[in-house]
Structures are given as C-alpha cells and as structure tokens.
Design a protein around this ligand. Sequence first.
Ligand SMILES: [Zn+2]
Length: 123
Amino acid sequence: MPYSCAKCNKQIEKQQRYEHQGKLFCEDCYIDILSPPKACDPWAVHSAQTFLKGKDKLAALTPLQLKLVNYLRQKGEATLEELIENLNLTEEELRREFAVLRHMEILRATKKGDKIFYILFYS
Ligand SMILES: [Zn+2]
C-alpha cells in the first residue's frame, strides 16, 4: 500500500516515512513541522535535525544524553538539582542536553507544586 505525505501529498518510500502525531510525513515536511521557534538554541535545533537523518532516536543520542534518558527511565522523574548531583553535570550542560532531548520528544519538563521535574516525553 503506497503512502503519501500528509502535508505535501508526495509519495513516500517506506524508509523515508516519518510519523508525527499519528500522521505520516516525508522527511522534508517532518523537519519542517519539527522546526522549533526562532528563539531556540541553534545547537539544539542542529542536533534535532541531525537525529532526523537517523532511523532510531536513541541510537542518535550522545553518551551524555543517553545517561540522562536512562536515569529518568529508572527514576521516572528528577529535579534539575538531582540530575546535576547524580549525573555529574553542570546546570548549563544539563539545560543544553535537555533542550535537545525536548526537541526530539524524548524528554519534557513538568511542574509539580513549585518544583520542575524532568520526565520522559511519553509518560
Ligand atoms: Zn511532504
């Protein structure tokens, strides 16, 4: 069964299908959709687009990013302070990695009371 892009209607090869919110897109449109707002860290944007060229989200992560993701997988959630302490990262590094992982829809932040927790995107 042929697939076409939900945005530009172009036919998409099986290997070039990208799914976003239940719809299929070609690579160009997918990158377009995921293009973050202008205020975003350009480094994060670059990394998010680099990942799109890979097939597997997690395979594209740096060891540092994997460490962060794996920690949150185990714990479920963690505050910035907890992550800094346990992963031996500076706040700046952590915020930068988080921005990348947020773009990839791997992690997100949630507010509980007056604290911000980092959690897995689909949790
Ligand atoms: Zn398209």
